[in-house]
Design a protein around this ligand. Structure first.
Ligand code: TNX
Length: 526
């Protein structure tokens, strides 16, 4: 608090230079549509208005980059007597400052139409200085197990950027569906995007719903998603799984598999023994697909999965065994590592870094690969200690396909029990990573696998408000690691209660802190 303050009202001016025009337009639209105020954007060149009814966006030149992180994303937000000023060294920082500014506006400002024009808003003088604790603040969405409509993906981008997260990881392919058209291989979506039916209830029950399911994004849909995300400082990380979790592709092109037996896109969940053969034509298939992925997704990283790849087919395959002998490989795990290394080399030739799940460490991960630690923290600890960059994604804290609680009111989920508090308590930098290697922890990511998530509404239920707790972890930083201190969970929860009012205004199907509504309980019955 610094005393003084300002009144903002109809006729607001946003002062912004050209570089910040996009951010300024984003704020103008939000304020105009919901608060009913007229908003003008003006360049700094004009003598600045002295009305006091001003939001001023300032880029501070100089240290755009710091030691370990890409563009600095911190900001200062000052409510002064003449203006609200947001200062940062890059547009992303200004955007995050404005996201914080939006929290000072009434909850109704999150609506997309004006219910009644907002009265003048009195803001007390204050200054906030803020920056993320981690550079990689990711949210993952599996669109393979259940296809999620484009409209939901765009809404999710709005919601994750509202939480100052900056990576959307799209799991685009798996055994149960291929969701991205590849020009060189049209059958990937013609055949691979559709399955006959889906498991109903928990997969152990062996029930099926008898209804075809599927879908895919067009190339233009994906471009639109990437563009929308970039305007909100979110990068889209595409994931094409290989060499396991590939049955949808093998169903479309049986020659990719280890036998020519026809396969169908899987209708149930779990780990399939049917994986890619690693012959030259299959390698070419993989690199061709990745080339089209690179053309569409500008992010510097490409995820190629690598998890849960059984080796039984390679053990039984003469061709795989011959390849192992020719390459001097002692085990099928090394064969997978050999394949991953070839893929990594191809990606780096095109300026991309490979990201893989922690299984890629098993036969030795390629240099420069980023490891996503999902089977707990061990993979991440091992990888960081060996000098790999790491994104922490441990299932015990950050798998949002797990239920919120072990409570009969909760809808069916793959596993019990990841509460908002448990997410909030997560620390992405385990003490067992040596001090000098800690900078390898780029950040963390929450995952939403969708075997038990039949629609977008239910995805919202599982994400929110756990994403809110996750973003708190991403911004609270090392200084606040002592969770018993002034930043107790109770303190967070009281802020979260206010935050839920914004979800009400947006229309987010979040889980109330007290537990699911009757409708939410019923969506996916245990
Ligand atoms: C494991 S996490 C998987 C996914 C499943 C998930 C279900 C990972 C790399 N592999 O294929 O959807 O468990 O929680």
């Amino acid at each position: 608090m610094t005393g003084g303050g300002i009144s903002l009202h109809d006729g607001l001016t946003i002062e912004a230079t050209d570089e910040l025009a996009g951010v300024a337009r984003w704020l103008r639209q939000a304020v105009e549509q919901s608060m009913g105020w007229r908003v003008e954007i003006s360049g700094h060149a004009r003598p600045s208005t002295t009305s006091g009814n001003v939001v001023r966006l300032v880029l501070e030149r100089g240290d755009d980059r710091d030691e370990h992180r890409s563009p600095v994303e911190g900001y200062r937000l000052k409510v002064g007597d003449d203006a609200v000023t947001v200062t940062a060294s890059g547009p992303a920082g200004v955007f995050y400052g404005l996201q914080t500014f939006r929290q000072l506006l009434p909850d109704s400002s999150w609506r997309v139409a004006t219910i009644e024009p907002a009265p003048p808003l009195a803001l007390t003088g204050m200054e906030v200085s803020d920056e993320p604790a981690f550079a990689w603040r990711g949210v993952h969405l599996d669109v393979s197990r259940h296809f999620m409509p484009k409209g939901f993906v765009l809404k999710l981008i709005d919601l994750i950027s509202m939480h100052k997260c900056n990576v959307l990881h799209l799991h685009l392919t798996d055994d149960q569906g291929w969701r991205m058209p590849i020009e060189a291989y049209p059958r990937l979506v013609e055949v691979g995007a559709w399955r006959r039916e889906s498991a109903a209830g928990h997969y152990r029950e062996g029930r099926f719903d008898g209804r075809p399911h599927g879908g895919f994004y067009s190339t233009d849909d994906l471009r639109e998603i990437v563009g929308y995300a970039r305007e909100r400082f979110v990068e889209v990380l595409p994931e094409i799984e290989m060499p396991g979790h590939m049955v949808a592709a093998i169903a479309a092109y049986p020659e990719l598999g280890n036998s020519l037996e026809p396969r169908e896109v899987l209708t149930t969940w779990g780990i399939s023994p049917h994986v890619l053969n690693l012959e030259p034509a299959t390698l070419k298939f993989c690199t061709d697909v990745l080339d089209e992925v690179i053309d569409l997704f500008p992010f510097g990283y490409v995820h190629v999965g690598g998890d849960e790849c059984p080796t039984s087919e390679w053990e039984a395959s003469e061709k795989a065994q011959a390849l192992m002998t020719a390459e001097g490989l002692d085990s099928e795990r090394q064969l997978q590592a050999w394949f991953t290394a070839r893929i990594a080399r191809h990606l780096s030739g095109r300026g991309r870094r490979l990201v893989g799940w922690d299984e890629i460490l098993e036969g030795g991960a390629p240099p420069g690969a980023v490891v996503m630690s999902w089977r707990g923290e061990e993979g991440g600890i091992k990888a960081a200690s060996a000098g790999h960059d790491v994104v922490m994604a441990p299932q015990q804290w950050l798998y949002f396909d797990w239920a919120y609680a072990d409570d009969p009111r909760e809808p069916l989920a793959i596993c019990p029990g990841t509460s908002v508090e448990r997410v909030w308590s997560y620390d992405p930098v385990p003490d067992s990573i040596p001090e000098v290697q800690r900078h390898h922890v780029l950040g963390a990511q929450c995952q939403l696998w969708t075997e038990y998530v039949p629609n977008a509404e239910h995805a919202e239920y599982l994400y929110f408000p756990r994403v809110s707790a996750f973003s708190e972890v991403m911004w609270r930083g090392a200084a606040a690691r002592d969770l018993s201190g002034p930043r107790s969970f109770e303190e967070f929860e009281s802020r979260l209660r206010q935050h839920l009012r914004r979800f009400d205004a947006i229309g987010v199907n979040y889980r109330p802190l007290e537990g699911p509504t009757p409708g939410q309980s019923r969506v996916w019955v245990r």
